[in-house]
Design a protein around this ligand. Structure first.
Ligand code: AG3
Length: 284
């Protein structure tokens, strides 16, 4: 018999499903100024961070998300020198971005400083590049940051947010995308986590339409597994004015750092859309 209190469960009420992870102990719990934060020690997934009841990061498999939210967009961009990460407080995306030697500056703009402080305590491996001289960690509202930033001041913006409810809601609308487009240089690319292709197809559709309404000419969605997120299958969506099928393949094949999921063949494969997705949303 399994005891109820041995399990962390995230319920997806609209989808008639739930995910449970066996836990050894709850290590931390607090209400920050923005959200409810929990850290668990789990039986099989290492540490687990939960925000407002939603799984965010596990030690065992966060590499999938963090590699796929960073390397595909950075090897699509012809020459990414400056990168902003909106959200991403656990610092996992920042760490992957900084593996690229051509990146000269990476700014993480996280609204909730407590997420980063907890990551430093419980996921130190994600924070190991925080003291890189190219890194800047800001604890301010990303929406305000893009509003205030000068035109054409960044090459890649990565939106590494929670689900589009609560503090992250304003990161999925036309006004935000317009500001991102204004801040991007001509070859610039916006990359945003875009939820589950199976559960959230209409969200992905509306994100892509909203990106286009904001002035981006091209969008492209990529797919990757993520066990702890709804359906275990996740996506990221790129938006740009340039050709998003470009790929610095030779650079990706010769990447000067190790990865556990991403490689040049995964890059090509990840952008291949399943049939139901193409039928609903079109080819790109
Ligand atoms: N950001 C996407 C998390 C979405 C999870 N949703 C859920 N469990 N319902 C993850 C942040 C990693 N840096």
């Amino acid at each position: 018999m399994l005891e109820a209190n041995k399990w962390f469960t995230e319920v997806y009420p609209k989808d008639g499903a739930a995910l449970s992870i066996a836990v050894k102990a709850k290590l931390h719990e607090e209400q920050s100024a923005f959200q409810h934060l929990e850290i668990y020690d789990t039986e099989a997934f290492g540490k687990l961070m939960v925000i407002d009841g939603c799984t965010m990061v596990s030690s065992r498999e966060n590499f999938l998300y963090h590699e796929m939210m960073t390397h595909p967009v950075l090897y699509t961009h012809p020459n990414p020198k400056t990168v902003w990460i909106i959200g991403g407080g656990d610092c996992g995306s920042l760490k992957e971005v900084l593996r690229h030697p051509e990146v000269e500056s990476a700014v993480q703009i996280e609204i909730d400083e407590r997420v980063t402080r907890l990551a430093e305590d419980y996921f130190p491996e994600l924070c190991e590049s925080n003291s890189d001289p190219r890194a800047q960690l800001l604890f301010i509202d990303g929406i305000q940051w893009v509003k205030d930033a000068p035109d054409g001041s960044v090459d890649v913006i990565i939106v590494d947010s929670t689900d589009p409810v609560g503090p992250a809601e304003g990161l999925f609308n036309e006004a935000f995308y317009r500001q991102c487009l204004r801040c991007l240089r001509p070859d610039g690319i916006l990359a945003q986590q875009s939820e589950s292709p199976l559960f959230h197809l209409s969200l992905i559709d509306s994100m892509r339409n909203t990106m286009k309404a904001a002035g981006f000419t091209n969008t492209r969605t990529l797919f990757f597994p993520q066990f702890i997120y709804p359906t275990g299958w996740w996506s990221g969506t790129l938006a740009g004015k340039g050709d998003l099928t470009r790929f610095r393949e030779a650079d990706a094949r010769a990447k000067p750092f190790a990865t556990r999921y991403y490689n040049a063949d995964i890059h090509r494969a990840a952008f291949v859309a399943p049939e139901f997705f193409r039928q609903a949303l079109g080819q790109d």
